[in-house]
Ligand binder design. Structure first.
Ligand code: MLT
Length: 208
């Protein structure tokens, strides 16, 4: 059993039929960071927003890294289990369905790890500036899971080959992957919001 307490915010759904969102912030963010983004992407959704439990020089993250882009993979695996535990508990506590993750940067990387390690916990994912989280991931069954991966063409943290590799890995596991490379860096742009909103609207319609 893993320790599953995360400081978090929860906002109930405004409209039935919108998927709950699991909001996962980037390095140095917290549980408040992505609430606005979540509301822009899917205004009616319940929002579940935990704060990463790892501190790097005081900055919250979802797992340890050894250097930029070099991850402590044992910690990635352990923290993914903790987050899985937290989401399962929160689903019972708040009475929500399996969420669609919306992760940015480090939050997108833990979401990608969750997809590969605990695929049943997420109904889908929007991965904003994600990279491959594990060098030797297990064979996951992501059959039909909708995933939107939005990368930045000039992202100094995520090389283009890395995001392409992540897209391929998820697609090989059976996910229904949409990968778009935007004229952007690591930071989010208006195009991210628009594409994410359009994409989740279509996912929604399919589920209805
Ligand atoms: C990570 O550590 O997850 C990535 O390098 C992204 C970041 O947080 O800078």
């Amino acid at each position: 059993m893993t320790e599953s307490t995360f400081i978090h915010r929860f906002e109930p759904a405004i409209s039935a039929g919108s998927p709950p969102l699991l909001l996962l912030h980037g390095t140095g963010g917290d549980e408040n960071d992505l609430l606005g983004l979540g509301k822009m992407i899917s205004p009616g959704s319940a929002l579940l927003s935990p704060r990463g439990r790892v501190l790097e020089h005081g900055m919250p993250r979802f797992f340890r890294r050894l250097a930029e882009g070099i991850f402590d993979e044992d910690d990635v695996r352990r923290r993914a289990l903790e987050l899985d535990d937290f989401v399962s508990g929160a689903r019972t506590q708040y009475g929500i369905a399996a969420p669609v993750a919306v992760g940015f940067s480090n939050g997108a990387n833990i979401a990608a790890a969750l997809l590969l390690l605990q695929p049943e916990v997420l109904a889908g994912a929007i991965l904003l500036r994600a990279m491959v989280p594990l060098s030797d991931p297990p064979t996951a069954d992501l059959a039909g899971k909708p995933i939107l991966l939005l990368s930045g063409q000039t992202d100094p943290i995520v090389p283009p080959g890395n995001s392409a590799k992540l897209a391929a890995l998820l697609a090989q596991a059976g996910a229904s992957v949409t990968h778009r490379v935007l004229p952007a860096g690591h930071q989010l742009s208006q195009a991210d919001v628009t594409l994410a909103r359009d994409w989740i609207g279509k996912v929604d319609a399919k589920a209805a």
